[in-house]
Structure formats: structure tokens, C-alpha cells
Design a protein around this ligand. Structure first.
Ligand code: HEC
Ligand code: HEC
Ligand code: HEC
Ligand code: HEC
Length: 296
């Protein structure tokens, strides 16, 4: 009897398996978790296939710690890294709509990303070292060596396209208040993102283009692919930060223009793309990312 039931269950589960269509690499469905950090360039631990340190196999530790986190300049969340003081940065300044961003506004997640992408702070400059490694408030360089395909590499950001530096006046404004209805044709914050029609005026094929990602306009929000999220969900404290557009954990394989290069071969460095960690499924196809906030 037990046997039969098990067999029946197995038949059912095999049945379910066989009708589930294989999901394309660039297809993310509502409710899917925005995953992939382990296989991405944001894994700096010893088991990573990219730039990595043999000092630890941990992944999260290069950014987060459960205790003793660094909260200077409102650094978030549970931040385990040293940060350059925001006064060392040159802020965007004043926008065309007369919004002013000064360097004391820079904080939160943007300062967190910049704790590597400033091109100055070393990757191993952490507060709470892995295991019993100890705590250094404010962070300190741990002296780890970093390798790429077995070859010693620098332990701070060198690839020029990835170094934003200390001058943020030449980057899209960050730590800027989202002035819905008053600046830069910004849509209302309660706009449901998937309802925004970004295909109007484009060729009919735009709806199905990029496996339908262009028409769907799904974004990773709160760690999941969502069709319910609003623009407010992209903001942090009412502001646009790096993580409004990027999800540092989401190895996004859906941006055609970037991912056509993805071949998963041995020369990991410039071959594999993480879809630039963009939050939008489909990346910036048809400038869909830009036109989600800006009604242009
Ligand atoms: C390269 C840096 C980096 C690494 C490595 C990293 N995170 Fe994060 N994480 C961030 C940043 C930055 C944010 C803030 C993102 C935001 O504002 O949405 C964040 C936010 C989060 C959040 C809250 C928001 C969300 O997306 O759910 C969770 C949970 C989280 N991280 C878990 C983890 C875990 C678990 C790991 C290791 C497996 C990890 N992170 C590794 C940078 C990192
Ligand atoms: C712990 C250090 C660290 C932090 C913090 C960090 N990054 Fe990175 N990031 C890296 C490294 C290392 C690479 C790959 C460098 C290389 O290949 O030369 C990378 C690569 C990237 C790339 C390129 C991915 C691709 O597809 O080519 C983007 C985009 C990016 N990071 C954005 C961010 C954003 C946004 C944040 C904050 C939410 C962030 N990073 C925080 C270390 C970090
Ligand atoms: C308004 C949206 C937005 C914000 C805010 C934003 N980015 Fe980006 N970022 C993008 C887009 C879109 C791209 C892809 C650009 C392209 O096509 O090359 C990108 C590319 C990148 C790259 C890869 C550069 C390249 O061309 O390979 C890095 C690194 C990066 N962003 C880091 C950051 C960091 C760090 C912050 C915060 C200081 C930030 N971004 C804020 C939208 C944004
Ligand atoms: C998460 C929402 C959001 C996204 C996505 C976004 N922006 Fe913006 N953008 C803003 C906000 C907020 C401002 C500041 C408006 C102000 O107050 O002047 C802004 C300002 C601008 C400005 C004007 C800067 C000035 O000096 O006046 C330009 C140009 C711009 N964005 C282009 C882009 C482009 C291109 C993209 C896609 C790569 C993009 N934006 C994506 C929110 C966004």
C-alpha cells in the first residue's frame, strides 16, 4: 500500500515536472527571488569564479555583518565596510529643475556601493572580519590577497568603467529627493511600475521584444520579481540611491545588449555579465529603466 502511494506520488511529481516548460535564461516570473549573487562578481569569497580572496569562503561578509555594523552617514543595511566620509565626495550640485544635492546628502546605500566603487577603498576593508577575525570599528584593511583565475590582482576597483571615483557630479543624481510632478517629468510615486506603458509609439513588436520583458516591465523589489511594486518601492527615504536602479544581489541575465556576451566560459572577467545588476527585468532595453521614472 505504502509502495503504491509512493509510486503514485512519484508519477504525479514526474507528471508535474514533465509539463513545466524549461525557463529561458532571460525569463523571470512574478514571485521569483532575485538571485544569483554566488555566481556573480559580487561574490568575493574563495569559492567565487571571479575576483576572490582565499581568506574566506563567505560571500555576504564583504558587505554585511549581523553585528557591529557601520552606521556612519546612515550607511545601510547592516553594513560591514569602511566608508569614505561623504564630505570627501563632490555631489551632483544643482539640477535643471533646481534641486540641490550637496555632499552631506550622500549616504545610505549609495555610500555603501561607493565603499568599493570609489576606486579607493580596498575590497577587504571590513569592520567585522569573518568568524573570530575580530571587529575594527570603522573598518580596516585585512591584508587579504585577491585572485582572478589564479592570478594575483589588485584588491580595489581598477576596471575604469566600474570606478565612479569621488566625483559624483558626472553621474546620475544619487541621494536626490524624488520630486514627483515637480521635476524632470517624474511620475507619481504611487505608480504601479508594471502598468507603465513604455511600448507606446514603438513598433508593434516592442511588446513581445526581448521575450516580452519590454512590455511587462517587471522589477526586482524587496528581493522578488514583482508586478505590483510602485516607484515608491525603488526609493530609499524618498530618495534615488544607487539601489533604486541596481540590485547588488541580482545576477540579471535578461538584458540582451549586455547578455549576448554571456557564454559562461573560463575567462570569467569580461566575458560574464551580471546585467550590470540592474533591477529591471530586461535591463535598460528601449531605455525602459529610465522611462519608468521619467515620463519622457
Ligand atoms: C557587494 C555588496 C553586497 C553583498 C556581497 C551582499 N549584499 Fe545584501 N545588500 C547590499 C546592499 C547595497 C543592500 C541594500 C540594497 C537596497 O537598498 O535595496 C543590500 C540589501 C540586502 C537585504 C535587504 C534588501 C533585499 O534585497 O532583500 C538583504 C536581505 C541582503 N542584502 C542579504 C544579503 C545576503 C544574505 C548576502 C550574502 C548571500 C548579501 N546580501 C550579500 C549589498 C550586498
Ligand atoms: C565589496 C565591494 C563591492 C561593493 C560594496 C559593491 N560592489 Fe559592485 N562590484 C564589485 C566588484 C569586485 C565587481 C567586479 C569588478 C571587476 O570585474 O573588475 C563589481 C561589479 C559591479 C557592476 C558591473 C557588473 C557587470 O555586469 O559588469 C555593477 C553594475 C556594480 N558592481 C554595481 C554595484 C552597486 C550598484 C553597488 C551597491 C548597491 C555595488 N556594486 C556594491 C564590488 C563591489
Ligand atoms: C537612475 C538609475 C541609476 C542610478 C541611480 C545608478 N545607476 Fe549605475 N547604472 C545605471 C544604468 C542604466 C547602467 C548601465 C549603463 C550602460 O548602459 O552602460 C549603470 C551602470 C553602472 C555600472 C557599470 C558601468 C559600465 O558601463 O559598465 C556601475 C559600476 C554602476 N552603474 C554603479 C552605480 C553606483 C555605485 C551607483 C550609485 C553611486 C549607481 N550606479 C547609480 C543606472 C543607474
Ligand atoms: C528611480 C527613478 C529614476 C530612474 C530610474 C532614472 N531617473 Fe533620472 N532622475 C531621477 C530624479 C529623482 C532626478 C532628479 C530630478 C530633479 O530633482 O531635478 C533625475 C534627474 C535626471 C536628469 C536631469 C539632471 C539635471 O541636472 O537636471 C537626467 C538627464 C536624467 N535623470 C536621466 C536619466 C536617465 C538617462 C535614466 C536612465 C539611465 C534615468 N534618468 C533614470 C530619477 C530617476
Amino acid at each position: 500500500m505504502k509502495y503504491l502511494r509512493a509510486a503514485a506520488l512519484m508519477a504525479v511529481s514526474i507528471g508535474i515536472l514533465s509539463v513545466t516548460p524549461a525557463k529561458a535564461l532571460d525569463t523571470y516570473l512574478v514571485g521569483d527571488a532575485a538571485t544569483g549573487i554566488a555566481g556573480s562578481r559580487h561574490n568575493l569569497g574563495g569559492l567565487s569564479m571571479h575576483i576572490s580572496s582565499q581568506a574566506t569562503t563567505e560571500i555576504c561578509v564583504f558587505c554585511h555583518t549581523p553585528h557591529h555594523s557601520n552606521t556612519t552617514n546612515n550607511l545601510r543595511p547592516m553594513w560591514n565596510r569602511a566608508a569614505i566620509s561623504n564630505t570627501s565626495f563632490t555631489a551632483y550640485g544643482t539640477t535643471a529643475s533646481q534641486t540641490t544635492i550637496s555632499n552631506t546628502d550622500i549616504g545610505s546605500v549609495s555610500l555603501a556601493c561607493l565603499s568599493c566603487h570609489d576606486g579607493v577603498t580596498t575590497f577587504d576593508n571590513v569592520v567585522n572580519a569573518p568568524g573570530r577575525g575580530g571587529v575594527t570599528q570603522g573598518g580596516s584593511d585585512r591584508g587579504y590577497e585577491f585572485l582572478l583565475t589564479g592570478i594575483l590582482v589588485s584588491d580595489f576597483m581598477t576596471a575604469s568603467r566600474l570606478v565612479l571615483g569621488l566625483d559624483l557630479s558626472n553621474d546620475h543624481p544619487v541621494s536626490v529627493l524624488y520630486g514627483a510632478g515637480t521635476a524632470a517629468s517624474l511620475r507619481p510615486t504611487n505608480t504601479t511600475i508594471s502598468q507603465i506603458d513604455i511600448t507606446t509609439g514603438l513598433s508593434v513588436s516592442s511588446i513581445s521584444f526581448d521575450n516580452g520583458n519590454m512590455g511587462r516591465n517587471f522589477w526586482s523589489v524587496k528581493g522578488f520579481i514583482s508586478d505590483r511594486a510602485t516607484i515608491a518601492d525603488l526609493l530609499r527615504n524618498g530618495r534615488v540611491e544607487c539601489s533604486s536602479c541596481h540590485d547588488p544581489h541580482f545576477n540579471n541575465k535578461s538584458w540582451q545588449e549586455v547578455d549576448s556576451t554571456y557564454t559562461n566560459v573560463a575567462a570569467y572577467q569580461e566575458v560574464e555579465s551580471n546585467g550590470l545588476f540592474l533591477r529591471r527585468v530586461g535591463g535598460n532595453t528601449g531605455s525602459g529603466l529610465c522611462r519608468t521614472c521619467h515620463n519622457k
